[in-house]
Design a protein. Structure first.
Length: 161
């Protein structure tokens, strides 16, 4: 009797493509986020923008995501009179993870960048990355490598036909 293995892919809501271009991602961490009810509906419908956002850890050791835009949810507009779409939102991490990140940020000269927003078991999760900035020549090298890989795949595809 053969067993069937199912792979579960988490539906990605949005990806920060600019972060992958501008930064070298060293490590990724999955975090939760504190949102209000209408914000959850808005995020699940795809009204979130990660461009220009970053993660900072305050003096009390609480991680916050800044400059993330979550548009207001239209059916709940009356309940959201003074809604600020760019407000800072708290991230949920274990104390050990926070302490580890603080140590790496200080010693390795890195930063925390949000990479993806997705749902997992009905909850909204954010994947943040410990990242180091790329130099201009590193970006060019990445683009050249990607173009070369694309040409190789195209040539192999033509060869197989």
């Amino acid at each position: 009797m053969a067993s069937i293995c199912y792979t579960y892919t988490m539906p990605t809501i949005t990806t920060n493509k600019r972060a992958y271009h501008d930064y070298e991602i060293i490590q990724t961490i999955e975090t939760g986020i504190v949102l209000s009810g209408p914000e959850v509906k808005s995020v699940k419908s795809g009204n979130i923008n990660l461009s220009g956002s970053y993660v900072a850890i305050d003096k009390s050791g609480t991680p916050w995501i800044h400059n993330t835009t979550i548009a207001s949810y239209p059916p709940a507009a009356s309940a959201q009179q003074n809604y600020d779409p760019i407000r800072s939102r708290k991230l949920l991490l274990h104390k050990k993870e926070i302490n580890s990140l603080i140590g790496k940020i200080k010693t390795e000269r890195t930063t925390l960048i949000p990479l993806k927003v997705y749902t997992k078991k009905g909850l909204i999760k954010i994947e943040i990355g410990l990242a180091r900035g790329k130099k201009k020549y590193d970006k060019r090298e990445t683009i050249k490598k990607r173009d070369a890989d694309r040409k190789i795949k195209r040539a192999l595809k033509q060869y197989r036909q």
